[in-house]
Every structure is written in structure tokens, then in C-alpha cells.
Design a protein around this ligand. Structure first.
Ligand SMILES: C[S@@+](CC[C@H](N)C(=O)[O-])C[C@H]1O[C@@H](n2cnc3c(N)ncnc32)[C@H](O)[C@@H]1O
Length: 208
């Protein structure tokens, strides 16, 4: 386990990535192709910036990355990255994201709560933050857009997965090879955003 940790850690240092998690995004994107050249990506829970660096390379100079974190994130050299600071559970932050990002092709969220060691509490907080990431995705993504979020596995995370299923044409659970073996985290992928399922649309139709 330590060998693996050292390998990704060392690689990240060598390649100038700010976090070893950069490799998770690379592995996820190699498999699911969620980030396309020239698109706008919103990166939620972005500090210290490993995912933003990878996303910036994937979208290229024609694309944009909007990086959001509650913590201050040190500026990156990549010209296509805009950094926003704020708590995503605060409406002001959501408004800031909405006013900064237009025509969003992909929302990625590696968000994680400060862990307390109380397993149920940490899992529940993780699910709340990831659900909020999904809400932001629903509010910003263009039709056909993609979504990725990390979450600690729990009963609540399964509800989140069902919500993703309802909003995207394709959905999948995935644990990248670089995830530490003992970690409870999993990644959920949604591809092909649509605003309503037929069922929801039918429910909202007036009765005849
Ligand atoms: C695992 S780290 C993300 C690492 C990042 N993907 C990278 O590659 O550098 C999770 C981040 O979520 C952020 N976070 C936690 N709660 C948040 C909230 N309510 N609003 C915004 N960011 C939050 C934390 O500050 C932390 O930087």
C-alpha cells in the first residue's frame, strides 16, 4: 500500500502536480472521456489544484476551468484557470459560480468534508457536499454535459447515485486504481445531462 502511495506521490512531485489525486482524474478521464478539448469545466473542491491542472491540460487553451474551494487556492500558471473562493453550501458562492461559468461542458467535484473520525457523520457530510455539487451541475451544465463526483460510500451516497441516474443518460460507479485500498471513497460519473427524465416530465404534466 505504501509503495503505491509513494509511487503516485513521487510522480505528482516530479510532474509538478499539486496533489497525487491528479492521477485519479487522469485515470477516470482515460476511461470515461468526460472532459473534452475546448470546453468549460467547473472544478468543485479544487484546492490545492491537482485536478484543475489536469483539467486545464485536457481542455487546452480554447477551454476554461473554474476552480472553486472554501480554502484559498494559490494561483496556477495555467492561463485558462479562474479561481473562486467560497463555501458551495452558501448561496452567494453558487451565484458566483453561475455568473462566472457559462456553457459548462463538465462539472467535476473531488469535494470532501473535514473528517471528524465519526464514520457516520463524515459519510453524511460527504453525501451532502456531493449532492450540492450535483445541484450546481444541474444549474450550470449544458444539455449533454458530464458530471463526476467523489463521495464516501453510504446509504445516502446511493440516493445521490439514483439522482445522477435520473439526470444523465449514462451513470457509473468507479474506483480508480490510484485510490488507496482502505479508502471509503468512490467516484460517480454521469454522462449526457438532460433536464428531466420522461417520468419526471410526465409527473409535472397537468392531468387531462
Ligand atoms: C480532497 S480535496 C480536493 C483535492 C483536489 N481535487 C486536488 O486535486 O488538488 C477536497 C477539497 O474540498 C474542499 N471543500 C470542503 N468543503 C467545501 C465546501 N463546503 N465548499 C467548497 N470547498 C469545500 C476542501 O477545502 C478541500 O480543498
Amino acid at each position: 500500500m505504501y509503495e503505491k502511495k509513494d509511487h503516485y506521490h513521487k510522480e505528482a512531485k516530479l510532474q509538478g502536480y499539486r496533489a497525487r489525486s491528479a492521477y485519479k482524474l487522469q485515470q477516470i478521464n482515460n476511461k470515461f472521456k468526460i472532459i473534452k478539448k475546448g470546453t468549460t469545466v467547473v472544478d468543485i473542491g479544487a484546492a490545492p489544484g491537482g485536478w484543475s491542472q489536469v483539467a486545464s491540460e485536457l481542455v487546452g487553451p480554447e477551454g476554461r476551468v473554474i476552480s472553486v474551494d472554501i480554502l484559498e487556492m494559490k494561483p496556477l500558471a495555467n492561463k485558462n484557470i479562474t479561481i473562486l473562493q467560497g463555501d458551495i453550501t452558501d448561496e452567494k458562492t453558487v451565484d458566483l459560480i453561475l455568473s462566472t461559468a457559462g456553457n459548462v461542458g463538465c462539472v467535476i467535484s473531488d469535494i470532501a468534508p473535514k473528517t471528524t473520525g465519526i464514520v457516520d457523520l463524515d459519510r453524511s457530510r460527504s453525501a451532502i457536499l456531493s449532492m450540492q455539487s450535483l445541484e450546481i451541475a444541474r444549474g450550470t451544465l449544458k444539455t449533454g454535459g458530464n458530471f463526476l463526483t467523489k463521495v464516501f460510500q453510504s446509504q445516502e451516497s446511493e440516493e445521490l447515485f439514483m439522482d445522477i441516474k435520473n439526470s444523465f443518460g449514462y451513470s457509473k460507479r468507479f474506483r480508480p486504481p490510484s485510490t488507496r485500498k482502505r479508502s471509503a471513497e468512490i467516484y460517480f460519473i454521469g454522462k449526457g445531462f438532460h433536464h428531466e427524465t420522461d417520468e419526471t416530465a410526465a409527473e409535472s404534466l397537468p392531468e387531462s
